[in-house]
Design a protein around this ligand. Structure first.
Ligand code: C2O
Ligand code: CU
Ligand code: CU
Length: 492
């Protein structure tokens, strides 16, 4: 396997070495073919649960030797300009096939509406987003725009949480390039519950550079928000926190149980995101089909796209992938999680079309951040502390000068995985030593969340050149975050 000890090497690996170090999926996928998932939590006979109808195969609730899972059409969240209002509240939704479930939603939709805006820069801002957030929950809330570079009043800091019946006004310009971000609640000690209960939505930024690539769009550009979930005996969403992280027995893609997508024989662009509280996924196609990675958290990868067979994504990580179905007419494909054995998304290539999409080989360069002027070390301790301290909303743990490149070193002394997330700026991951001892293609370029496993030290370069103000760094395993693995810092 290729090692990537320096940024230069990690960002520009030869196609051959990249290919060889990700070539493992095909064999493994076959071995995981059957009976990986059994449910210990089936409802008693006669009680209708959204998951009861989904037994069989490697779908939800599938047991050993099960037949084909009934599949439900994949929900595509509505997409458009920012709504003037977002209301969080409880809604009964159809998870597929008429299986009703009470979940928490933005504007009654699960996942929330996909917000689509035009990008820009600090010097030349793109769209302006003005949204009133209304709280119809029984508890306080606030929404954070994960991955968005916004000033402190718009960042959804737990200090800004507000009570049921209240509202909060957001107003911010878009000052970054094209990518897919997301939004979710961020109230103190309640983020895990509110996300697990359903509150999340996609946030897509467009720009001219992206348009110049002529990528698939419309019905061939599809966000895939993957998460696990837990239900009570009547099929309503429930949250069962564990200090090691919430892991549900069922999976949802865009809020759909056992989804299926009827596709054209064409190139598809999937904006794939791990929206789980704690679960990590090893995404691959069941038959070992390669796909092309073109972007991640902060937009296009640097310099070149990468062919992959599998990807390990921690909570909050996003990838932008192209899947070429032009030679697959009549085939049935399966996007699988190799770790759980879940068959997350069935794709049937039903419609014969001609498509001349060019899958990009070269992508825009990203300037490396360069020599850091100082270093900081952050130890993710146990399940609730950073550098030995529990989160305190009112304590500012450190100050970062605006516009200076720093090296931040993340370590842990056990109880990982910790997905390390920073608000207010993207970073460039330059090394991982110990543990897996390498960087992966989906960790190149601009990142806001990176996986730290036990025994690993991960170094990133970061520079805050958006806004001065109060921001957060935390573990994005939401139960760790809620227990205190979070830190306030100030960009000065
Ligand atoms: Cu997606 Cu502070 O988090
Ligand atoms: Cu964030
Ligand atoms: Cu953690």
């Amino acid at each position: 396997m290729a090692r990537h000890p320096s940024p230069a090497q990690s960002l520009v690996a030869s196609p051959l070495s990249r290919r060889s170090f990700v070539r493992t999926a095909a064999g493994v996928a076959g071995a995981l073919g059957a009976g990986m998932l059994t449910s210990c939590d089936d409802p008693p006979t006669g009680v209708r649960s959204p998951v009861a109808a989904a037994k069989g195969g490697n779908g939800n609730g599938g047991g050993k030797g099960g037949g084909a899972s009934p599949r439900n059409p994949l929900r595509i969240p509505s997409a458009g300009s920012p709504p003037s209002a977002l209301t969080v509240g409880e809604t009964t939704v159809d998870l597929g096939g008429g299986q009703l479930s009470r979940v928490w939603t933005y504007n009654g939709q699960f996942p929330g509406p996909t917000i689509v805006v035009e990008g820009g820069s600090i010097a030349a801002p793109g769209d302006r987003v003005a949204i009133d957030l209304y709280n119809d929950l029984a508890d306080e809330t606030i929404t954070h725009w994960h991955g968005m570079i916004v000033d402190t009043p718009n960042d959804g800091h737990p200090h800004q949480a507000f009570q049921p019946g209240g509202s909060y006004h957001y107003d911010f310009p878009i000052v970054q390039r094209a990518t897919m971000n997301w939004y979710h609640p961020h109230p103190h000690e309640k983020t895990g519950e509110q996300v697990a209960m359903g509150l999340a939505g996609g946030f897509i930024i467009r720009d001219a550079v992206e348009r110049s690539y002529g990528l698939p769009t419309g019905p061939r550009e599809i966000p895939l928000i993957v998460r696990d979930a837990e239900f009570d005996r009547s099929g309503n969403m429930i949250y069962k926190p564990r200090s090691g992280g919430f892991e549900g027995k069922y999976f949802l893609v865009n809020g759909t149980l056992n989804p299926t997508l009827s596709a054209d024989s064409a190139v598809y662009r999937f904006r794939l995101m791990n929206g789980s509280n704690a679960r990590i996924y090893r995404f691959a196609f069941e038959d070992g089909m390669p796909f092309t990675l073109i972007g991640n958290d902060g937009g296009f990868l640097p310099d070149a796209s990468v062919q992959l067979y599998e990807m390990l994504l921690c909570p909050a990580e996003r990838v932008d992938i192209l899947v070429d179905l032009r030679d697959r007419l009549g085939d049935r494909l399966m996007l699988r999680d190799l770790d759980s054995g879940w068959d997350l998304l069935e794709i049937t290539v039903d419609n014969d079309v001609s498509d001349d999409t060019v899958v990009p080989v070269t992508l825009p360069s990203i300037e490396p951040l360069g020599s850091p002027v100082r270093e900081r070390e952050f130890s993710f301790d146990g399940m609730s502390k950073i550098n030995g301290q529990l989160y305190d909303m009112d304590r500012v743990d450190f100050q970062v000068p605006f516009g200076e490149t720093e090296l931040w070193r993340f370590t842990t002394n056990g109880n990982a995985p910790h997905p390390v997330h920073v608000h207010g700026a993207y970073y460039q991951v330059i090394s991982r030593t110990g543990g897996r001892g390498q960087l992966y293609p989906w960790e190149a370029g601009w990142k806001d969340s990176v996986l730290l496993e036990d025994g690993e030290t991960v170094e990133v370069l970061i520079r805050f050149d958006g806004y001065r103000g109060l921001y957060l760094m935390h573990c994005h395993k939401l139960e760790h975050e809620d227990m205190g693995m979070m830190s306030n810092f100030e960009v000065v």
